[in-house]
Design a protein. Structure first.
Length: 79
């Protein structure tokens, strides 16, 4: 539930605080395009990770640690 808000916070900081400072410096046009492309690539990676997590959750029934339990594995011994 908190992941979208956290990601949004990072995007907000990047867009409002960091990106204007990066774009303010006097650099050549190819360097500026590289800076913007790198920023967009980072956003694309975050989106890709979110998609992979969603696919993983839907494939495993939202089972967090990566393996399946059979019905007899749920019997716990008491110590």
């Amino acid at each position: 539930v908190l992941l979208p808000f956290t990601a949004g916070g990072f995007l907000y900081l990047a867009c409002v605080t960091i990106l204007p400072d990066v774009l303010e410096t006097n650099v050549s046009m190819p360097m500026r395009l590289l800076q913007v492309a790198s920023f967009l690539l980072g956003v694309a990676f975050m989106y890709g990770v979110a998609l992979l997590e969603e696919m993983e959750a839907s494939n495993h029934g939202d089972h967090p640690h990566g393996h399946h339990h059979s019905s007899d594995e749920h019997v716990h011994s008491e110590l």
